[in-house]
Ligand binder design. Structure first.
Ligand code: IDP
Ligand code: MG
Length: 163
């Protein structure tokens, strides 16, 4: 059985707004399993390593805003494991820009800022959660955030219904 892993970060706004439990609940209740979790306050260098391709995709101004955002306070880093984990979590997270994210998604239910407002008013796109975009990114990101001995293998009691 090939299971897939994804990195989730509850970004500083999610932690500071007390939404950590709500965000974890929405993902965990699908049956995806937490196999690693910790709170970390990263520095700018670490944030740049994590967002290694954002400068190329969105430009240096967005990268700076994002690095400032991620280092505003502690984040909660989680590794989830399950079937089609990356796509399932991206679906629950919703679109990048909260004004476009559908109701029922984390970003749609708990934020509303638009790309245009953020960029014309020098505000961050506070969208509460990072979720790995694809398998290659997930592997890179998990290596950056967790050591092997922080990842755990155990059975969920409802596993026979889920996978
Ligand atoms: P994702 O988080 O949905 O995967 P990415 O394109 O990987 O979206 O962008 C990473 C993060 O960069 C976003 O979650 C958001 O916080 C931030 N971001 C994206 N576009 C902009 C922008 O135009 N201005 C400021 N921040 C942005
Ligand atoms: Mg991304």
């Amino acid at each position: 059985m090939t299971l897939q892993r994804s990195l989730v970060l509850i970004k500083p706004d999610g932690v500071q707004r007390g939404l950590s439990g709500e965000i974890i609940k929405r993902i965990e209740q699908t049956g995806l399993k937490i196999i690693a979790i910790k709170m970390v306050w990263v520095d700018k260098n670490f944030a740049k390593n994590h967002y290694f391709d954002v400068g190329a995709r969105h430009g240096e101004k967005v990268l700076k805003s994002l690095v400032d955002y991620l280092t505003e306070g502690p984040v909660i880093a989680i590794c989830f494991e399950g079937v089609d984990t990356i796509a399932v979590i991206r679906k629950i997270a919703g679109s990048t820009y909260p004004n476009e994210a559908l109701p029922g998604t984390i970003r749609g239910d708990f934020a509303h800022i638009s790309k245009n407002y953020a960029n014309t008013n020098d505000r961050k796109v506070g969208n509460l959660i990072h979720a790995s975009a694809n398998e290659e990114d997930a592997q890179k990101e998990l290596k950056l955030w967790f050591s092997i001995d922080e990842m755990h293998s155990y059975k969920r009691s409802d596993e026979n219904h889920l996978i």
